[in-house]
Design a protein around this ligand. Sequence first.
Ligand SMILES: [Cu+2]
Length: 272
Amino acid sequence: MLVALLAGCGGSSGAKQGGGITVQPARTYRLEPLRVVHPAAGKPATLSFRIVQPDGTPLTDYRHGAGPHTGVHLIFVRRDLSTIVHRHPPIRPDGSFTEPIAFPSPGPYRIVVDAYPQHAAQTNFQLFSTIDVAGGYRPQPLPPLRRTETVGGYRFVLHGTPHMRAIEPAFLRFTVTRPDGTPASFTPWYGALAHAIFFRKGSLDYFHTHVCAPGASGCTSALGTAKVTGTSASPGTLNVGVLVPLPGTWRLFLQCRVDGRVITAPFTLVVT
Ligand SMILES: [Cu+2]
């Protein structure tokens, strides 16, 4: 099965106004076309897309180099915030991306394409779409904040009491230990020691920060004039920057690579 998806990028579809005037879509970046072949849970699916620039030509020139702020970050989040898939697909010379995806479970997902163009006014921008992965969808209630999450035997502990406000940088201090109790040592994955991906309950608003190795550059996330940079001062510790645009209940997906495997630990956060 092949599904062509409409890219929902900033409400740019044309709209009929009263009096028969057609308002043309804003000249913005868009996903064109965005296709998913075999969107069923547990089966390998293939997603392909290009980003088309306001002038109608495909975007081919992306930022590259060290750090996480390069290329395209492709993220799928299930609507109930139970699971995500996060990839940095390789860029083809014609600006197209083709990525094999295994959706972990059926249901509605939001697709985020977070792009870092080489030459643009802003560092990055996001384009959004949605996809239904076939199968029975049973939404899971969002669990309350738990300070300890164990994933595959790796233990993530959130220390202190988080007080988070919208648009204000804050830090969450985590320790991560292996199944044998020793501090986890993080190996860079997609340019960072850890990726902190935030989605807001209900609206699925998105933000993304990183933890990089000491001295690394290109690791600061910005929201307007506010900036935040995560740090890791010693093995097994993560000082994760939080910078989200709106109050509400958010789900943080904290991802890192330890002992050759990528681990995702989810945490529920309340931002006032
Ligand atoms: Cu990231």
